[in-house]
Every structure is written in structure tokens, then in C-alpha cells.
Design a protein. Structure first.
Length: 202
């Protein structure tokens, strides 16, 4: 019996090559996967990660923004003139925060003078904000809001202090405060300029 001595066609050669790659490609890819041992510490950057692929479970609990809030429904502010007392406080862990405070003055109590004033300071470390409100029987409710940017390098506290700025030092004044809320949002990359007085007007 004679064996045909024919060279394989080009199509047959291509088909054999394709079959070889298909059979060995999986094992080749598995052998060349990049794992944790091949990645140097701190070598993966933002540009190496496809946008939208990371989920909340991929981050440490302290790596994402978090909000903390404290609420106090009523507070009776009783002080001498130009004296301040602590109306509310919010303990916070280390981190950079945007801290908000809001509250309102209540209807004047019987026997109060016709016009009452209050000043409140929101203080976080060396950063603070201050606001003022007054009311009388015709306009009894006044809203106050404050905001502070601050970085706590160690656990700290945001404090809301309030007082009567214009009463005589010997006079004891009273004002009801309500709806006191302190809210802190943990962020990253704070910019807290010392002074905006020199900024040009828009």
C-alpha cells in the first residue's frame, strides 16, 4: 500500500495552530496571572483602577465619608451679660470634618423684656464660627446656623456655646433655644483659609 506523500495545505496548518493555542492557552494564562505576591506595596494608583469598579466593601470602614449627629430639643439659656455656656457638644474621632450647627430661639417667656438677644459660637479646636439673633413678641422665632471646617489629629469635640451679649453683667437673662442639632461630615482634603477679607468681590 502506497502512502501519499502530500504536504499539508495552508488551511490545515492554520487549523492545527489554532487547535494548539486553544488547548494550551488556558494553562498559559493561569500560569501568568498577576497576584498579590507580584504587586509591590503602594504601587497601585488611581489610574490603574477602572472607574466605577470599587465597592463599599473594598474600603476600610474609616476610609469613606461618614456623618455624625447630636440633637437636643430644648435648652434654657440662662446667663449673665456677655457670659457663655455650653448648649451642646459632639464628640468626634480623628479626621477632617465639616461641622454644622442649627438652632432656633423660642417665644419670649412671661416677664422677659421686649427684645432678647443671643450669640452662639461653634468651636472645634482653634476653628470657630459665630452668629447672632434677636427676637421680640412680634417676631418670636429666629433661626441660627453655623459651620466650621476642622481637622482633629486626636479625638476631640465640637462645642456650641451660647450667651446673651448685650445684657448688663449683673443681669441674669433667659432665652429658650430649641431644635439644636450638631452634624459633622467626615471628608478629605480640607481647605480652611485664614481670612477672606482680601478676596475680591464677584
Amino acid at each position: 500500500m502506497r502512502l501519499l506523500n502530500r504536504r499539508p495545505s495552508a488551511a490545515m496548518v492554520v487549523a492545527c495552530i489554532a487547535l494548539t493555542v486553544a488547548l494550551t492557552g488556558t494553562s498559559f494564562a493561569a500560569a501568568n496571572l498577576i497576584g498579590s505576591p507580584q504587586i509591590a506595596d503602594n504601587s497601585i494608583r488611581s489610574r490603574d483602577i477602572h472607574d466605577g469598579t470599587l465597592r463599599e466593601v473594598d474600603f476600610a470602614p474609616t476610609a469613606l465619608p461618614a456623618a455624625v449627629m447630636a440633637y437636643k430639643d430644648d435648652f434654657g439659656l440662662t446667663t449673665h451679660g456677655n457670659a457663655f455656656v455650653q448648649a451642646a457638644r459632639l464628640p468626634l474621632g480623628p479626621g477632617e470634618y465639616v461641622i454644622f450647627a442649627k438652632l432656633a430661639t423660642d417665644v419670649p417667656e412671661p416677664g422677659q423684656t421686649g427684645n432678647e438677644s443671643v450669640t452662639c459660637d461653634l468651636v472645634a479646636g482653634a476653628d470657630s464660627d459665630s452668629t447672632f439673633a434677636s427676637h421680640d413678641a412680634l417676631s418670636p422665632y429666629s433661626g441660627l446656623s453655623l459651620v466650621v471646617l476642622h481637622e482633629f489629629t486626636t479625638p476631640g469635640t465640637a462645642v456650641l456655646n451660647c450667651g446673651h451679649p448685650f445684657a448688663a453683667a449683673s443681669t441674669v437673662s433667659y432665652m429658650g433655644l430649641s431644635g439644636i442639632k450638631l452634624t459633622a461630615i467626615k471628608v478629605g482634603g480640607l481647605t480652611n483659609p485664614e481670612n477672606l477679607k482680601g478676596a475680591p468681590s464677584p
